[in-house]
Design a protein around this ligand. Structure first.
Ligand code: KIV
Ligand code: ZN
Length: 532
């Protein structure tokens, strides 16, 4: 069967199995509503086939597959079925309302699976290939057949099964690397040989379904394409059984980015990749690895001085695709100990500071000292470096005493005494849902504000139960959207928390009073004149 063509390139059909293989990842279960949300986004993004689930597996799976079938407007909706009649009938029932329904039926074909899992002879398996595909064809025209563990299947037997499946009516033939065992050159040779040896192979689209146990899933899928594969089965964020499946975003961006040598196209709107990644990560509670290709938070972040310098001169020096092309906003120059002068100057300009040469050198030295102590230097840290008013903000209100009652007998209570410069000491008491909440409530009573707490983080600076606690608090001003981060350390976590929270409120207040930031030259000038 011929693939669609556009501008001299052939279409790679993107078959997304996030809702089926992806959901099989231990711990990645999604609710009914979440599955619908994901399906809707996949459909909007241009996914060609959505494998919505395994209808025989449970009542819940059946219901979600049929709801996806009802909902999806453009994509083909596939339901998975083993080779038995009941499985196939259930899958047919679940996808029957889809605009484009597909039944995807599979059976193991490798010696180890047939012997130990199925306890069947190859001849029995071959019969089941024919009966399952024929049965599925009674319900739908679009039938996909997969030989589970295909890459460990004997070549002759694989060819016989593929030929039989196509003769019985399968329109897509999937050759899964179920255990993520194959190598790219081996996989492409296998696919090529099957297509050459099976007499009716031109009557079906061949498909890759590669697992990532050796980190080869995307490489194997692309090697399969080189051998004539025109459907790639993949998942958002590479979710899936064990080490996962080929990541959809990586397949799509490999095809887009290397269009100079890859004669394929997909229907995916790549600018929706980041959104899809975030949604799947949120609904499954599976965090995305920081350095994950395409959608990891570091995928477009540059920290080393040499790289940042190159990026500022021309983004092509270190970026093979733009963050905008995958919907990820702009490149992030992460300020840290590897950042150089050029990046630091650019960051200052972004923040609204234009420094004299001397002031710049001085700020750069202080920035390097800070970066040596801290993993990541936030914008607010840099502002504090060059703007002493902000740096000294934490001193305006000081914690004098804090007593916290914690434990199982709630409500937890905090009694806080602070010293406010120019006003003297004040004491308040507050309760809360836990000791931190009680402490922060006490501070809120003392210094009412409507800033939102967007980060509260505790790190042990050293090991052991007597470790110094370092607490970071990040607040966002609801009115202006400005964010401030403050940090404080103390052997007592509650005291460190109170200090950090107070410092953050103070910083925010100072920023509010200042309004738009003045240039550091203004501040220098003020300093020369002896203050504002
Ligand atoms: O990995 C696999 O072999 C599968 C099949 C059901 C296609 O997920
Ligand atoms: Zn799989």
């Amino acid at each position: 069967m011929n693939a669609n063509k556009k501008d001299g390139k052939e279409q790679i059909i993107i078959f997304d199995t996030t809702l089926r293989d992806g959901e099989q990842s231990p711990g990645a279960t999604m609710t009914f509503e979440e599955k619908l949300q994901v399906a809707e986004l996949l459909d909007k993004m241009g996914v060609d086939v959505i494998e919505a689930g395994f209808p025989i597996a449970s009542e819940g799976d059946f219901n979600s597959v049929s709801a996806v079938a009802d909902l999806v407007k453009n994509a083909t909706v596939a339901g998975l079925a083993r080779a038995g009649q009941k499985d196939i009938d259930r899958a047919a029932e679940a996808v029957k309302n889809a605009v484009k329904p597909r039944i995807h039926t599979f059976i193991s074909t490798s010696p180890v699976h047939m012997k130990y899992k199925l306890k069947k002879q190859p001849s029995e398996v071959l019969d089941m290939v024919v009966s399952s595909v024929s049965r599925a064809r009674n319900f739908v025209d679009d039938v996909e057949w997969s030989g589970e563990d295909a890459t460990r299947t004997e070549f002759e037997f694989m060819c016989r099964c593929v030929e039989a499946a196509i003769r019985a009516g399968a329109t897509t033939i999937n050759i899964p690397d179920t255990v993520g065992y194959t190598m790219p050159n081996e996989y492409s040779a296998f696919i090529r040989a099957i297509r050459e040896n099976v007499p009716n192979s031109d009557k079906a689209i061949f498909s890759a379904h590669c697992h990532n146990d050796l980190g080869m899933a995307v490489a194997n899928s692309m090697a399969g394409a080189d051998a004539g594969i025109r459907q790639i089965e993949c998942t958002i964020n590479g979710l899936g059984e064990r080490a996962g499946n080929a990541a959809l975003e990586e397949v799509v961006m490999a095809i887009n980015t290397r269009s100079d040598i890859l004669p394929y196209y997909t229907n995916i709107d790549a600018t929706m990749l980041t959104r899809a990644s975030k949604l799947v990560s949120a609904v499954t509670s599976f965090p995305v690895q920081y350095n994950k290709a395409i959608v990891g938070r570091n995928a477009f972040a540059h920290e080393s001085g040499i790289h940042q310098d190159g990026m500022l001169k021309n983004a092509e020096t270190y970026e093979i695709m733009t963050p905008v092309s995958v919907g990820a906003g702009k490149t992030d120059l992460v300020m840290g100990k590897h950042s150089g002068r050029n990046a630091f100057r650019t960051k200052l300009e972004e923040l609204g500071y234009v420094l004299s040469d001397n002031a710049f050198e001085d700020a750069f030295v202080r920035f390097k000292e800070l970066a040596d102590r801290k993993k990541e230097v936030f914008d607010e840290d840099i502002e504090a470096l060059v703007d002493e008013k902000i740096a000294n903000a934490a001193d305006r209100v000081k914690v004098e005493a804090l007593t916290v009652i914690a434990g199982t007998m709630g409500p937890q209570m905090a009694t806080l005494t602070v010293d406010i410069s120019g006003e003297g000491q004040k004491t308040v008491q507050a309760s809360g849902n836990g000791p931190v909440d009680a402490t922060f409530n006490a501070i809120r009573e003392l210094m009412p504000h409507d800033a939102e707490l967007i980060l509260y983080q505790v790190h042990a600076v050293t090991g052991g139960t007597d470790a110094q606690a370092e607490v970071s608090v990040r607040l966002e001003d609801r009115e202006t959207g400005r964010k401030v981060t403050a940090r404080a350390a103390d052997p007592d976590t509650m005291v460190a928390s109170a200090k950090a929270y107070l410092a953050a409120i103070n910083k925010l207040e100072i920023k509010r009073q200042q309004g738009a930031l003045r240039s550091v030259e203004d501040l220098d000038e003020e300093a020369r004149r002896g203050g504002p």
